[in-house]
Design a protein around this ligand. Structure first.
Ligand code: 9MR
Length: 457
């Protein structure tokens, strides 16, 4: 392709949303992982926070060591839910929540409070009761004031309202919506703000990571709450994802919330796969974790990413999705998986570990969807080297959802079935140590457009 075309094609990328990045690289055996700093330090250097959900009773031994060393934020997985803290009306059990907050303080970690208003994990005295709207309202206000007040000054952000929407963007029918109407959300935020004016107040939901009907309903809600002066500081995108299905519009979606003037957090990231795991699935999972963390890293108002359990031994997935699991960055023996290095790389670390998927000599490829429309998209792949160099290169991946390449620039690309191979042009085969080369392409898609893992050789 001629230079003039290259330039105009590249200009058309300008400023458009980057969706995702994927990494996999030179197929040689991984060398011992060069000592990257812990994830929390890599994140801090980017102005981000990396967190994990935790179970209080496990915060000892290796689990405690990793939690304290690697993460800058903790979210109690269950300990702050209404059913945990007030199992009997008027009788409170703060033991696990207190323990997690104390651990966090001892390790200079933030705490995300989770969650005040939800349709699930409520005590049976509450769900089984029959309440007038006035009674319901006062129960909710007391709950919020008591819990937020107890931890006032110790919680960075609260998931005040959890999962308020159906998939089509209508409000979910719950104890709260049915009894109090949609304004239970504004009331809850207002009460939480009164109890801890410094805490960032979030609405948190799942399947709102990409641009879709549900995330647009959340967007419209946040916009109207802001217009009314209701205290809303952030949105939480849970990100319980399926292998190979990071939404291409993730970064675009984060950016549109940021543009509303709220923070965004990825609050419950995990990527489940059908068991047994194998090296190909773990490589794709690494690409998926890297894509999600990379999308957050690229948007200033994205505060950070929390994984929903850091070890496969402490994950909700296997019991909820029989046959699926291995959804977190560490295996059940607390060994970091390729996904761990995907997080590290997205936070500027050199990565380099990961069960046969590691970049040999430090060259890797990042795949990004820079814009997407109804039938097509523009992507780019950046090949970069640290502590190594290339004099020629070939990047390959598999389009798993029927995507079809139509055009490429700064590379010669061919597609055969799902398999795409792109090689350097005469002028850009060299990737120096510390440098990178980028090429771009257009392709068609329909249905879904998952981010593939790219290998470089
Ligand atoms: O991780 C939590 C698990 O231990 C509980 O059994 C489950 C009950 O629904 O809740 C899990 O956490 C959920 C979170 O609070 C809200 N988003 C979905 C999470 C996974 O179910």
């Amino acid at each position: 392709m001629r230079t003039s075309h290259l330039l105009s094609a590249r200009r058309s990328l300008a400023g458009l949303a980057t969706a995702a990045a994927a990494l996999l690289a030179l197929g040689a055996a991984p060398s011992a992982h060069a000592a990257d700093p812990p994830l929390r330090d890599l994140a801090a250097a980017q102005g981000k926070v990396i967190g994990t959900a935790v179970t209080g009773s496990e915060l000892t031994g290796t689990y405690g060591d990793i939690t304290g060393r690697e993460f800058g934020s903790l979210t109690p997985g269950n300990a702050m839910k209404w059913g945990s803290v007030e199992p009997t009306r008027g009788s409170f059990d703060w033991a696990e929540a207190d323990q997690i907050v104390a651990f966090a303080q001892a390790h200079h970690q933030q705490v995300r409070g989770h969650t005040l208003v939800w349709h699930s994990q409520n005590p049976s005295w509450l769900t089984g009761g029959s309440w007038t709207p006035a009674q319901l309202s006062s129960l909710l206000q007391n709950h919020i004031s008591t819990e937020v007040g107890r931890y006032q000054g110790k919680i960075t952000g609260w998931d005040v309202v959890n999962e308020p929407f159906n998939e089509d963007g209508t409000y979910r029918s719950t104890l709260w919506y049915d009894g109090l109407g949609a304004d239970y959300i504004a009331s809850a935020l207002t009460w939480a703000h009164a109890a801890d004016p410094a805490a960032k107040l979030y609405i948190n939901d799942y399947n709102v990571e990409g641009v879709n009907a549900k995330s647009t309903a959340l967007y419209n809600l946040v916009k109207s709450l802001k217009a009314r002066g209701v205290p809303i500081d952030g949105v939480g995108l849970q990100a319980h994802l399926v292998l190979g299905q990071v939404p291409a519009t993730l970064q675009q979606n984060i950016q549109r919330f940021a543009d509303l003037g709220v923070d965004v957090a990825i609050t419950e990231l995990d990527v489940r796969m059908q068991l047994p795991a194998d090296s190909g699935k773990l490589a794709q999972q690494k690409a998926d974790f890297k894509a999600v963390v990379g999308a957050c890293a690229a948007v200033t108002r994205c505060a950070g990413v929390t994984v929903w359990g850091f070890t496969d031994s402490d994950s909700w997935v296997p019991s909820t999705f029989p046959g699926y699991g291995a959804a977190t960055p560490y295996d059940e023996s607390y060994q970091p998986k390729p996904a761990y290095y995907g997080i590290a790389e997205a936070l500027g670390g050199s990565g380099g570990g990961g069960g046969g998927t590691a970049p040999a000599g430090g060259c890797s490829a990042a795949y990004t969807v820079t814009s997407q429309w109804n039938s097509g998209f523009t992507g780019q792949v950046r090949i970069s080297c640290t502590g190594a160099s290339l004099s020629s290169w070939k990047a390959s991946w598999s389009f798993g959802a029927g995507q079809q390449l139509t055009q490429a620039w700064n590379a010669g690309c061919t597609q055969s079935g799902a398999a795409v191979t792109c090689s350097n042009i005469s002028y850009n085969g060299t990737v120096p140590d510390g440098g990178s080369v980028t090429f771009g392409f257009n392709a068609n898609w329909s249905g879904s457009n998952p981010v593939p893992a790219v290998s470089v050789g």
